[in-house]
Design a protein around this ligand. Structure first.
Ligand SMILES: Nc1ncnc2c1ncn2[C@@H]1O[C@H](COP(=O)(O)OP(=O)(O)OP(=O)(O)O)[C@@H](O)[C@H]1O
Ligand SMILES: [Mg+2]
Length: 433
């Protein structure tokens, strides 16, 4: 199969020579049994490559097993990872009521995709190495080894060489996994592909929602091409979809784009947020979380100010006072989006979207809340004039991401650019429900 056919079949956009090289390599190695390590930043398209490799191998027709089994090594809690991967026998531990097959056994005859392999705890790395070398697994609690025939494709967005140097990843496992490595370059190193991807995503949204696609002005195109895209293609896709749906304009210039792209150049970051302050080589994901938290914090503080303005206005109205010149929220012309963001009750702190909404305007005395328990507002008033502490911002960013994705941790973690396990840990640490 040639590169063009693969691009069409998997919806891959881009002509960058390094991307084409990666696709070509995937096609070449697909029919072999060699272990493949796919590397590249978050959002560059590693998942697509795991499918290309499996679906262009003979294992695609595996009779046993389920073909391609994808396992996110970062999402499984450390305590259960061994039994998830290798299975367990009845009575192996409390709650093990019957024998259970692990992912390796499920994938027998096929391919196992070990995503976020860099997150695999060291204790499991030893066991995985043994499996790769002997082709045998031992279910937890069993004394009998099972022969399995599984091809390994692993992926990581962390620098495994640095992890090996730092003692976080076993060198022997690293070499065993990357018999072949496929590197997918970040989007900022294939700038010419950016307008092509933008066009593809905007026409996809246009088709889905029956609307004209958005197009870029010259300065808009330049801006997108020079943007660093730390979230890579995933970020570009999200941003293009958002703009397509939210903006009424169909021609998108630099000014509009700036409202959607919140990357803060390093020199403008407060010292605390700079990667240098975080030790110089903080993983990109943590930096991204901090940046997102920063912009979330700003958004929340803006919302809070507007809620306070509204509250003041309502109080003035209740006391029969004039509103002092300009209206707080300009009237909305029918069918026109408001010039001001309208604060819906669902956007208020502590509100979830599926709670019933009371639309009546409550006239309330100062220091009480609109339809909210008192202590929730007190919390926001306490921090009114102080910048939010870092962990507080992080907590809020996590809460908002979980809310946005209806509690789905996988999606919230993706949104925050952290691994699911990190999210899991932080949820526990902060006691988030
Ligand atoms: N070249 C491309 N053309 C079209 N879509 C792409 C391309 N590369 C990636 N995408 C899309 O971008 C999104 C992110 O890709 P993917 O999930 O494969 O990233 P990833 O490298 O696995 O990221 P992570 O490390 O966070 O898991 C997906 O929706 C994918 O379809
Ligand atoms: Mg992935």
């Amino acid at each position: 199969m040639d590169i063009q056919t693969i691009k069409l079949r998997y919806g891959i956009i881009g002509n960058d020579p390094k991307l084409l090289l990666a696709i070509n390599k995937a096609i070449q190695v697909a029919p072999t049994d060699l272990s493949i390590l796919i590397t590249g930043e978050s959002g560059v398209g590693k998942d697509i490559f795991s499918r290309i490799i499996h679906e262009n191998s003979l294992r695609k027709h595996a009779k046993q097993g389920r073909g391609l089994i994808s396992v996110n090594c970062g999402a499984i809690p450390e305590g259960t990872i061994e039994s998830e991967l290798f299975g367990h026998v009845k009575g192996a531990f409390t709650g093990a009521e019957k024998n259970r097959k692990g992912y390796f056994e499920e994938a027998d005859g096929g391919t196992i995709f070990l995503d976020e392999i860099g997150e695999l705890p060291l204790s499991m790395q030893v066991k995985l190495l043994r499996v790769l070398e002997n082709g045998e697994i031992i279910p937890v609690g069993s004394s009998t080894a099972l022969k399995i025939n599984v091809r390994i494709v692993a992926a990581t967005n962390v620098d495994l060489v640095a992890a090996v140097r730092g003692g976080r990843f076993r060198e022997d496992l690293y070499y065993r996994l990357q018999q072949i490595s496929i590197y997918i370059p970040p989007l900022r190193e294939r700038k010419d592909d950016i307008p092509l991807l933008f066009r593809k995503f905007s026409s996809d949204v246009a088709e889905k929602y029956h609307m004209p696609p958005i197009v870029l002005t010259d300065d808009g195109r330049q801006y997108l091409m020079n943007y660093p895209w730390y979230g890579n293609v995933r970020e570009l896709k999200n941003v293009t979809e958002q703009i397509s749906v939210v903006e009424t304009a169909r021609t998108i210039n630099r000014d509009i784009l700036q409202n959607y792209l919140n990357y803060v150049p390093e020199e403008k970051m407060p010292a605390l947020f700079s990667p240098a302050a975080a030790g110089g080589n903080a993983p990109i994901s943590d930096r991204e979380l901090l940046l997102k938290a920063l912009s979330m914090g700003q958004m929340i503080s803006e919302m809070r100010n507007e809620i306070n303005e509204l509250r003041q206005a309502v109080t003035q109205l209740a006391q029969g006072l004039p509103l002092g010149g300009t209206p707080v929220v300009p009237a909305r012309t029918a069918g026109q989006p408001s010039a001001y963001p309208i604060i819906e009750p669902s956007m208020m702190p502590g509100r979830t979207t599926d709670q019933p909404v009371d639309n009546t305007l409550h006239v309330i005395p100062p220091h009480q809340t609109i339809d909210q328990p008192e202590e929730e507002f007190q919390e926001s008033e306490m921090v009114e004039d102080e910048p939010l502490a870092l962990d507080e911002r992080e907590k809020r960013a996590i809460r908002l991401a979980l809310e946005r994705h209806g509690g789905k941790r996988t999606l919230a973690a993706k949104d925050l650019h952290i691994s699911e396990r990190t999210l899991y840990r932080k949820i526990k640490e902060y006691g988030i429900n």
